[in-house]
Design a protein around this ligand. Structure first.
Ligand code: ZN
Length: 311
């Protein structure tokens, strides 16, 4: 059985910590390097439900994409929710290791897993890492669909390929537009609009798109936008990462089991669609609907056939 330091050394070959952004907090959060590791759980978020899952599985290591502490702290007291996570981990002999922006930039990385989940053939990174002579590492990915399809059909395909969340996907653009080339970025991708436009793709799939960046991106021209839950865009990496560690464990003859958390840790837990518009009044002297009601009854965005895409 490997020690924690053996496993961490292997994970740091996959996702070298020095490739993380300078503001990031990656690596070992808690854990004894000499402890033996027999089971590893992979997840997106180091939240209480996931830590409970790790303890229930008898895991000695939890690997998450998101950091527990992104900024410094002066306390891990169990009077804080993050402190309770630390206590639960330490008291149960579970180490926590984070691979965040170093996993985003890796090849394969977070956006490779996202691209595969929605059926893209990756042609390269959206923002290449200048230190990679092979041109494979970097932020986001650009890829091609197997055949041209419509924006609505692509959104349905993405919704089917990603884990289900309460809010599903949001789509901006002409639902009947033909799409063939796609840029993807797991997690919050609204800082990459200039790169997406330069890539000349038909559609951009990412998460956390806000009103102003999305509105301005649409006004500036193609591509169409598909906005998924942040957690859903990064979850495919969890399976990819577990498979990578499985390969390493097999090569080293380690008796190591990996598990993938399927706990949905997207913070949004419900979605309430606007009510259907009221039938048009036959009496033309009836009062016109208020601007707010009119806006709710006439959404501009695209219906798709996906069960998770309510608008
Ligand atoms: Zn993220």
């Amino acid at each position: 059985m490997p020690t924690l330091s053996d496993v961490i050394a292997a994970l740091e070959v996959l996702w070298p910590p020095e490739r993380a952004e300078s503001w990031d907090a990656v690596g070992l959060v808690c854990g004894n390097p000499d402890a033996e590791v027999g089971r590893v759980l992979f997840a997106v978020d180091p939240v209480q439900e996931v830590v409970d899952e790790a303890v229930g599985l008898g895991a000695q290591l939890l690997v998450t994409h998101h950091p527990l502490y992104l900024r410094g702290t002066t306390t891990v007291a169990a009077t804080t929710f993050k402190g309770r996570v630390v206590h639960r981990l330490v008291e149960n002999g579970v180490a926590l290791h984070v691979a965040h922006t170093n996993a985003d930039r890796a090849a394969p990385g977070v956006s490779d897993a996202l691209a595969a989940a929605v059926g893209l053939r990756v042609t390269g990174p959206l923002v290449p890492d200048p230190t990679d002579p092979d041109g494979r590492r970097g932020l986001g990915r650009v890829g091609e669909l197997p055949e041209p399809t419509t924006l609505a059909a692509f959104a349905a395909r993405a919704a089917a390929g990603l884990p289900r969340t309460a809010t599903g996907l949001r789509v901006a653009g002409d639902p009947d537009a033909t799409v063939r080339t796609v840029a993807v970025c797991g997690g919050s991708g609204d800082s990459l609009f200039d790169d997406v436009r330069r890539a000349g793709v038909d559609v951009y799939l990412t998460a956390d798109l806000r009103h102003h960046p999305a509105s301005e991106a649409l006004q500036a021209g193609p591509p169409a936008l598909v906005d998924a839950a942040h957690w859903a865009t990064e979850w495919p990496w969890v399976e990819q990462a577990a498979a990578q560690l499985d390969d390493i464990a097999a090569r080293n003859g380690w008796g190591l089991e990996t598990s993938v958390s399927r706990t949905v840790t997207d913070p949004w837990t419900a979605h309430t669609p606007n009510p259907a518009p009221a039938p048009a009044p036959e009496d033309s002297s009836a009062p016109a609907p208020s601007p707010a009601a009119g806006a709710a009854a006439a959404p501009r965005s695209v219906p798709t056939s996906s069960p998770g895409a309510p608008r």
